[in-house]
Ligand binder design. Structure first.
Ligand code: ADP
Ligand code: ZN
Length: 731
């Protein structure tokens, strides 16, 4: 506040670095001065580190010892809005500001000087002689859909030496170009290829466009059944944002969805937008980061971390499938991208569109309370209609052991195959079998480092811990009693379900979709395209398929275990099950043919299963909202989760007890504290875990009190403490 926007040489500036220090550092502005917000390189001890000029230096340090900024980097300075966003996000999530800066600068080569570089693109023709190494290079190009690479990137991705690439260049199969390191993105044309909207869609689009035109903050919940054209509608808001010359960001929950989405963007705006997620090459990431800062990328499509790019003028953020749990980052900085999108937009006068067929209760409550606008699309586009929902009562089906597809579902699948339509068999469980048990002693094979059972993955030929990712070979003998040949899988995972399907329908073409089965996002994309083009009769999949994909030939969805999500004590178990089941069912009948969804369940009278069947969402949300209101839990109350961990269980509990005894500042805001208690997964990666939970009224200043509370204690030894504001999972 009140800081100048330019500092003359020698003036004191406060610099924020991404180093774990809890203060700004004072430096003298370099020769030629520097802008407020400039990215700079500063000396810190013997090293040079990256930093941002945050404002005027405090000057409370021996002035003769203050060093100068080494140099100003050739990237756009960080705007006031972005700095304000990082500060507020740090306050909200109780994250140190330096960690927020690290999140915002996770890109290689930021401090490289501007220069030209050689990049390599796919050229034309075939090499004279195809070798394995050459094939891998060409494969890398097709994996990354036409990207350009530096030679280092290309050879390491392909696993070849540079000379293989050079050889292909000589033959013209690969082109070498010298370009400025980072090129602007092509202009997107808002008038290029708009679709003719239905009346419903049109009025929705108009409302969103009016919001964008206003140039003021506002959030709209765009609720519409799957296939109603939400994407078409929010693309109109993007178009309006482009017309105003401001930047737009579309967040997607799953990188597997980006390929399909990029195609739609190209059809609508004539060119591809910038992409930001883990499947993008480093070269492209740096280009995107820099161009976003200079305003030379007008639309970014990406994963949650795209929210932390340095937009020069962000006017619109779309959060597609806003209810999706993957928007919550569960390690490192714990934040919910949906909530941070709203925060960021409110700081930079941008609009937010939250799109979903099954909104989160949080967003639904905000809309009811008038904080968000609500737009609804009630019917599917064109002749597509919503799937019919049926329940299969598994108590009445006499299935043999180790079989999960009921006769009714089996018949329904066969009818579809006969007429050339597709079926989806859905199970929300990765791997082959969730439990491996010894038939001699009853022992269940567990992870050595975590209190979790190992999940058999036949495809990988390993047992895997879904907590820590550790794998081990399937033991020959029981680790407990030593009996040989007695270990047996119990229960189905997606791989085992696929095996059953293969046995039932040996002639059908089967496609298995689960995140473990794909080495790369591109391989998954190829499989999805194959399904869209009719290359499969039966899809067996996990929740990977529930999200957003359009499979036009799919008319039957069979849910193998609809009760799976209802077990467990998670506050959002009902909400999650409802959303997931409606989403999965929504995959059926997206084109002309009517779809059917069949849910196999052992508790057809369960309230959640009943509301999934009737599809009466309003009734479901109201009932769920009432329950949470009574219990004073989110969205009608606030929570913070504290996880303590360490190698020595008694030390961890000691700290937990000390916290529980010193809760004055929490009592002062009327908050309650629960715990300490062993976390549901009491050991992860060899560290014991203990939880505390803080519950407060909606209006209570939770963060401040929690910060004071946990700030009373110094963490000794290897003890760690993490605070999760608005926790989503309680493991
Ligand atoms: P949602 O995002 O709500 O699931 P989509 O926007 O993906 O729905 O629309 C479903 C399908 O219908 C897509 O293939 C889309 O291109 C098509 N569609 C929707 N609205 C229109 C329209 N007005 N004109 C042409 N096609 C449309
Ligand atoms: Zn483990």
């Amino acid at each position: 506040m009140g800081d100048p926007s330019f500092f003359e040489e020698g003036e004191l500036v406060a610099v924020l670095t991404a180093q774990p220090l809890d203060r700004f550092l004072d430096y003298k502005a370099p020769e030629g001065g520097c802008l407020s917000g400039a990215f700079v390189e500063v000396p810190l001890g013997p090293r040079l580190v990256l930093g941002v000029v945050w404002g005027t230096g405090r000057g409370d340090f021996d002035i003769s010892r203050i060093r100068s900024v080494n140099r100003v980097l050739d990237v756009a300075p960080m705007g006031v809005g972005m700095r304000g966003f990082l500060e507020r996000a740090a306050e909200y999530t109780l994250t140190p500001l330096h960690a927020m800066l690290r999140l915002a600068t996770r890109v290689p080569g930021l401090s490289d000087p501007p220069s030209m570089q050689r990049i390599y693109r796919l050229g034309k023709g075939e090499p004279d002689r195809m070798t394995d190494a050459r094939r891998r290079v060409l494969g890398t190009f097709s994996d990354y859909g036409g990207s350009a690479f530096t030679i280092g990137e290309l050879s390491s991705l392909a696993g070849v030496t540079n000379s293989v690439v050079k050889g292909l260049v000589k033959q013209g199969v690969v082109f070498e170009e010298v370009t400025p390191r980072d090129l602007p993105f092509p202009r997107l044309d808002p008038e290029y290829g708009g679709k003719r909207l239905t009346n419903d869609q049109m009025s929705g689009a108009k409302a969103l466009c009016a919001g964008v035109q206003s140039g003021h903050y506002g959030t709209t919940l765009l609720r519409g059944v799957t296939g109603s054209g939400k994407t078409e509608v929010y693309l109109e808001a993007v178009a309006e944002c482009l017309r105003k010359g401001r930047q737009a960001l579309v967040l997607l929950p799953e990188i597997a969805l980006t390929a399909e989405f990029l195609k739609r963007v190209e059809a609508r705006f004539g060119s591809q937008p910038a992409e930001w997620h883990s499947g993008v090459t480093m070269t492209e990431r740096r280009r995107t980061w820099k161009m976003v800062g200079k305003g030379k990328a007008s639309l970014v499509v990406g994963a949650r971390s795209a929210l932390f790019l340095p937009y020069s003028d962000l006017g619109l953020i779309v959060v597609d499938e806003e209810h999706d749990t993957s928007y919550k980052q569960e390690d490192g900085v714990l934040y919910n991208a949906r909530d941070m999108a709203v925060l960021r937009a409110s700081i930079c006068d941008a609009r937010v569109v939250l799109a979903s067929a099954t909104p989160s209760l949080e967003s639904w409550a905000n809309a009811e309370a008038g904080k968000y606008d609500m737009l609804e699309l009630t019917s599917r586009y064109g002749s597509a209609s919503l799937p019919e929902m049926r329940v299969i009562d598994m108590r009445l089906e006499n299935l043999p052991r180790e079989r999960w597809i009921s006769p009714i579902l089996k018949q329904a699948v066969e009818r579809r195959i006969l007429v050339g339509e597709q079926c989806l068999l859905f199970i929300n469980r990765r791997g082959y079998a969730p439990v491996t048990i010894c038939r001699a002693c009853g022992h269940q094979v567990g992870c050595d480092l975590c209190d979790a059972r190992m999940v058999e993955h036949r495809f990988l030929k390993r047992l895997m811990c879904h907590q820590c990712g550790q794998t081990k070979a399937m033991p020959e003998t029981c680790p407990n009693c030593g009996a040989a040949g007695k270990l047996a899988p119990v229960g189905p995972g997606v791989e085992r379900l696929a095996e059953e399907a293969k046995k039932l329908w040996p002639d059908a073409r089967l496609a298995v979709l689960s995140s473990d089965l794909f080495g790369s996002a591109r391989a998954l994309k190829a499989k999805i395209e194959m399904i869209i083009n009719g290359g499969a009769d039966i899809i067996v999949g996990t929740q990977l398929v529930a999200k957003g994909h359009n499979f036009p030939l799919l008319t039957l969805v069979g849910v193998i275990d609809a009760d799976l999500g209802l077990q467990g004590s998670d506050l959002r178990a009902a909400e999650r099950t409802f959303q997931l089941m409606r989403q999965v069912a929504g995959r059926a009948g997206r084109a002309e043919k009517k779809g059917v969804a069949m849910l196999q369940t052992h508790q057809p009278e369960h309230a959640v299963i009943r509301s999934i069947l009737t599809g009466n969402e309003l009734e479901f949300w109201r009932a769920e909202a009432d329950e949470r209101r009574c219990a004073g839990v989110p969205p009608y109350g606030r929570m913070a989760g504290i996880v303590l961990s360490g190698q020595d269980i008694s030390q961890v509990f000691n700290l937990g007890n000390a916290l529980a005894r010193n809760v004055g500042m929490l009592k002062a805001i009327g908050a309650e504290v629960f715990g300490p208690a062993a976390a549901p997964i009491a050991r992860v990666k060899g560290r014991h875990r203990v939880r505390l939970l803080v519950k407060a009224d909606k209006g209570a200043p939770l963060q401040k009190a929690v910060a004071e509370w946990v700030g009373q204690f110094r963490l000794k030894g290897d003890l760690r403490l993490s605070v999760d504001i608005d926790p989503q999972s309680f493991y």
